[in-house]
Write a protein that binds this ligand. Structure first.
Ligand code: AMP
Ligand code: GLY
Length: 426
């Protein structure tokens, strides 16, 4: 069986690696992949432009691809699932309509409001005057978000009015996020602890993945700018059995039922970014229509079931209710390049990868890497690697991952040494 995974990041390396573990699978193509997927057994990078749906269809037909796993959100928003499905190709990923849950924060907010999913109070603005008046009325802290896709970076949690006004000016007049920022969502600040709740959905059945928590800020202590994610671990202790039940009942089930009712059933991964308040009540911060990055890396390390079998069952409308997970905790630390998240640096030589490659209970997933001359591996973007380790608890997994991180070097390397601190502190 041959599979195609689309994308170039750490999430895609982990998804492709998990698919390749299944004996039925002969090849997992990754379009376009990175230096990690280039070296992984059974994985094969392919230079395919995934925005060219016709080319993807031709490739899938020629290679007799069993199904396509869409890694990142942009192809879903561009309707890759709709186009490939029409051509008879199976895709694990939601339709263009459903992808609006991630592609438009305004759509997601209206959707949640229509079905009473708990989320922060909000309003949408296209003009700076109205936006600023709203901030004055509500006070701070307050959260300013670019409406469209901005790779996790279009969100400013403003502690002061000055910061809020600057964010509004940047997005609406300064064009900082281009078209994505031509509308802003301004919402109430939610206090609590965050968790990532990711499920597989087959239109009706819900299979929750192991829970996880991501660290979105660039600096230790969860300070500084928002990034795509600097590290993650699974499971997340904040998601107790009680919270888990509430999330299914108040968030996931209503979304799945509403999409079905609208005649556009949701198929694929669905990610609810949650804030859990002091009363253990969950509020949705955002939806993503894909797996998380870096949450995928620790979650896939814990998955004992065959991801391929789960996807095949999902495509068939027979998702099981549970999957098998290793009891160990998994924790991933992102190694980022100089300047991230504002900018990034490329072409720096990465050393230490072969040494870490043989360490037990450690797996290095690649993201922004590429092959250089003479077998060297070079940096190629903001988030470069995700060093992921298993351990009997969060502290052990963190210590093991940190030790491996210490072996890897490249010019301008930056990473957080405190991933998992909330869980360790419990
Ligand atoms: P988002 O891209 O919407 O997930 O937002 C990125 C990050 O900003 C989240 O992971 C939170 O840390 C923070 N954030 C977003 N919305 C809120 C909110 N309403 N209250 C508090 N923090 C938020
Ligand atoms: N790690 C956050 C995300 O994938 O959106």
């Amino acid at each position: 069986m041959k599979i195609l995974v689309t994308g170039t990041g750490g999430r895609e390396h982990a998804l492709a690696w998990a698919c390749a573990k299944d004996d039925k699978v002969t090849t997992v193509f990754v379009a376009k992949g990175n230096a990690g997927t280039a070296h992984e057994p059974k994985l094969c990078n392919v230079d395919l432009d995934i925005s060219d749906h016709k080319a993807v269809i031709d490739f899938c037909q020629k290679e007799e691809i069993a199904f396509v796993v869409v890694g990142a959100e942009a192809p879903l928003v561009a309707g890759i699932t709709d186009d490939l499905t029409k051509a008879g190709i199976k895709v694990w990923g939601c339709s263009k309509y459903c992808s609006q849950l991630e592609g438009s924060k305004a759509f997601a907010k209206e959707f949640m409001q229509a079905i009473n999913v708990p989320t922060a109070f909000y309003q949408v603005f296209t003009q700076t005057d109205g936006a600023k008046a709203f901030v004055k009325e509500k006070g701070t802290p307050i959260v300013i978000k670019a409406d469209g896709l901005a790779a996790g970076k279009g969100v400013i949690v403003a502690m002061t009015e000055t910061e809020a006004f600057a964010a509004i000016d940047d997005m609406l007049s300064g064009n900082k996020f281009g078209e994505a920022g031509s509308r802003v969502v301004i919402e109430e600040f939610l206090a609590g602890e965050e968790a990532s709740f990711i499920c597989m959905i087959d239109g009706d059945n819900i299979l929750p993945m192991a829970t996880s928590q991501d660290h979105k800020r660039i600096f230790e202590g969860d300070k500084g700018a928002n990034t795509g994610g600097m590290g993650a671990y699974s499971p997340a202790p904040v998601v107790t059995a009680d919270v888990h039940d509430k999330v299914i009942e108040r968030v996931i089930r209503p979304v799945v039922d509403e999409m079905k009712r609208r005649g556009t059933p949701y198929t694929g991964f669905l990610y609810a970014g949650l804030m859990i308040d002091d009363n253990a009540d969950p509020y949705v911060i955002e939806f993503n229509c894909r797996f998380g990055d870096p949450e995928t890396q620790p979650i896939m390390m814990r998955l004992k079931s065959s991801l391929v079998d789960l996807i095949l069952a999902g495509l068939d409308g027979h998702l099981p209710k549970t999957a098998d997970w290793h009891d160990d905790v998994a924790l991933g630390i992102v190694l980022a390049s100089r300047g991230y998240p504002d900018s990034s640096s490329s072409n720096d030589v990465i050393t230490g990868l072969p040494q870490v490659g043989s360490v037990e209970k450690v797996k290095v997933f690649h993201a922004g890497t590429k092959q250089g001359d003479n077998g060297q591996i070079l940096t190629n973007g903001g988030r470069v690697l995700c060093v992921t380790a298993l351990g009997k608890d969060v502290a052990e997994a963190q210590a093991r991952a940190l030790q491996a991180c210490g072996t890897i070097a490249f010019d301008g390397i930056q990473y957080r040494r405190d991933i998992g601190w909330r869980a360790i502190g419990r």
